[in-house]
Design a protein around this ligand. Structure first.
Ligand code: E4P
Length: 217
């Protein structure tokens, strides 16, 4: 499963790029607002840090403007994935951009039927929002499983990008459900390394190694 970071914080992205484990980045208007930085400059900077897809979202809601915005965003770098909302106009924009060879990430997906339409529109990625469904008392991860099944039934090439990830269990379950990618907030990414038995084991090894009085270097 590809691991994307769900943030527009350049300092954090620069730090986590060093792990070598990050396959791409997603942003949205809320994350850009939170960063307090210029949108286009931020996307350009993220594109220099990562070779994988960098999602940048359009702001308009009508086809003509979304298309122009999408073209402008796509011109920043070849690995920009233009994010469009799962609306009629958004999917029209998706199809037009996909026809021009632009990667499109269709966002705000909450149902299998929406995901089916996005695949038909030539989306490179579909972003089902797991956490926001859970917040409503629904089973967000079931949507990932269902979309996986439908996409496999018809061999759609659209990648399932589990979004609105809130914790490590979401990452694990998305991987078990066969999601192609998950986009993860930095704090959740940091948690993926953690296990108390790793810490405990390390403590014991360090103590026993010190008792040998040896050095490797
Ligand atoms: C990413 O593409 C989505 O915009 C993001 O994962 C949404 O996450 P949230 O529901 O925590 O805002």
């Amino acid at each position: 499963m590809k691991l994307f970071l769900d943030t527009a914080e350049i300092r954090v992205l620069r730090e986590l790029a060093e792990t070598g484990l990050i396959d791409g980045v997603t942003t949205n208007p809320s994350l850009i607002a939170k960063s307090g930085r210029d949108f286009l400059a931020t996307i350009a900077e993220i594109c220099e840090l990562f070779e994988g897809p960098v999602s940048a979202e359009v702001a308009a809601s009508d086809f003509e403007t979304m298309l122009k915005e999408g073209e402008k965003l796509a011109a920043i770098a070849d690995h920009v994935a233009v994010k469009v909302p799962l609306t009629r106009e958004g999917l029209r924009t998706c199809a037009a951009l996909a026809d021009k060879g632009v990667m499109v990430n269709v966002t705000l997906c909450f149902s299998v039927n929406q995901a089916l339409l996005a695949a038909k529109a030539g989306a490179s990625f579909i972003s089902p929002f797991v956490g926001r469904l859970d917040d409503q008392g629904a089973d967000g991860m079931q949507l990932i499983r269902d979309i996986r099944e439908v996409y496999d039934n018809y061999a759609f090439g659209t990648e399932v990008l589990a979004a609105s990830i809130r914790n490590g269990a979401h990452v694990r379950d998305a991987a078990l459900a066969g999601a192609d990618c998950a986009t993860i907030p930095p704090n959740v990414f940091a948690d993926l390394y953690q296990h108390p038995l790793t810490d405990k084991g390390l403590e014991i090894f360090a103590r026993d190694w010190a008792a040998t009085g040896q050095k490797i270097l």
